[in-house]
Design a protein around this ligand. Structure first.
Ligand SMILES: Cc1ncc(COP(=O)(O)O)c(C=O)c1O
Length: 393
């Protein structure tokens, strides 16, 4: 009910505290399936100082406008884009994927009446949402045993209605990286835009390479990649909602730009889907990236990967659990040999864990974000070992 008379602040805050006690907290280490984490403390400070700023009104907030451009430039640099950074900050991976598909559709507008995009089965569900919103059919393709896109199947599904291809660098389910270089050749042959969804992987893969945990080429260093999305609010440690999409060419951005007739200057030109939107997470992401530098993120990734190794160890010690793939990054998919996953989830949740499962393959999904410490991992596996080895009556 919306009451006639207001309550005093203390009462409201007490009620709020009581309600929020039902939330999991990152500080407990418990959320083991979340792709966000405790925002960096500098980001929290900057966020609270910049609450009134509106990224949909950058003519009014000229300093924020400059910061957004600097953030996009830093992200473009992380993605190995030399030269100008064209793109926009967004509310996250979903909005970025919608914009990528919108740009692809608009590029082909004159040529194609019934647009289609081709994406492997493992591409994030926001691709389906984008297709639904934009009237673009999403043609899903096969994945191999390691849950990577199959280049031949992508090529087979391209037809005269195809307007673009979407791949993932750091899949939601298993943190897998599609064969981007091979498929970029196909995209070039067919003159199609190729979007890379690196919402999660964008702040991980460059540092895996540095740490000798891989040698991946996934972003603008691959000729044929036309756009890449990355979320600072995932492994970038920024407060929610902070996403970004960068395009290689200005033409794509022009195609997704709309003017707002009653606003002036920067405010009159909108690339993102939202109108009024917070600049605070963008400014916080800028501050965190400047503060941590590559060195800081490398350390974060190193720590998460060491803890991922520990998770792998614990899975390997349990004869009734298997790894879906050997983890590429800090996402682990766990298969159960005997006890059905639904039973495991139900019983783990009864012990206070909040879990996620993936359908492809059926797995329990762990994301070893910076808040997931070794103690929490051990507590989790003590419960999981018990539950995964007792067949329910
Ligand atoms: C690979 C990938 N892309 C996109 C998204 C959507 O991101 P958001 O929830 O920030 O919209 C996710 C979310 O988990 C993701 O894992």
């Amino acid at each position: 009910m919306f009451e006639e008379k207001g309550q005093n602040r203390t009462e409201v805050l007490e009620e709020l505290d009581a309600l929020l006690r039902a939330d999991s907290t990152y500080s407990s280490g418990h959320p083991v399936a979340s792709m966000s984490t405790i925002p960096h403390s500098l980001g929290v400070e900057v966020f609270s100082r910049t609450l009134e700023k509106n990224a949909g009104r950058l003519h009014t907030f000229q300093g924020s406008a400059r910061i957004e451009q600097e953030l996009l430039r830093m992200i473009a640099d992380l993605l190995n884009l030399r030269g100008e950074a064209y793109g926009t900050t967004t509310s996250g991976g979903t909005e970025s994927n919608i914009l990528a598909i919108l740009a692809a559709r608009e590029k082909a507008r004159r040529r194609v009446e019934r647009p289609e995009v081709v994406a492997p089965r493992t591409a994030h569900s926001s691709i389906d949402k984008a297709g639904w919103l934009l009237g673009v059919k999403v043609v899903r393709t096969r994945v191999d045993r390691e849950y990577r896109a199959v280049p031949k199947d992508i090529e087979r599904k391209i037809n005269e209605n195809t307007v673009g291809i979407v791949l993932t660098a750091g899949t939601t389910y298993l943190g897998q990286i599609d064969p981007i270089e091979e498929i970029a050749e196909i995209a070039k042959d067919h003159r199609l835009p190729l979007h890379i969804d690196a919402a999660f992987g964008g702040f991980v893969i460059p540092f895996l390479n540095d740490l000798g945990r891989g040698d991946y080429r996934f972003a603008f260093e691959v000729d044929g990649v036309t756009s890449v999305s990355v979320d600072p609010h995932k492994m970038g440690l920024a407060p929610i909602p902070a996403g970004a999409i960068i395009f290689r060419n200005k033409g794509y951005v022009r195609r997704i730009t709309k003017t707002v007739p009653y606003l002036r200057g920067e405010s009159a030109v909108q690339v993102s889907i939202l109108g009024t939107r917070p600049a605070a997470p963008i400014i916080a992401a800028w501050a965190i990236m400047k503060h941590l530098g590559r060195e800081g993120y490398r350390k974060v990734v190193e720590t998460c990967m060491k803890r991922t190794d520990h998770v792998v160890n614990r899975v390997e010690q349990n004869p009734l659990l298997d790894l879906a793939i050997s983890p590429v990054m800090n996402i682990v998919g766990i298969e159960s040999r005997e006890v059905p996953l639904d039973d495991i989830v139900e019983r783990m949740e009864a012990r206070g864990w909040r879990l996620a499962t993936s359908p492809l393959p059926p797995t329990l999904r762990l994301v070893i974000m910076p808040h997931v410490k070794e103690g929490a991992i051990n507590a989790f596996f003590n419960d999981l070992d018990d539950i995964s080895t007792t067949i329910p009556a």
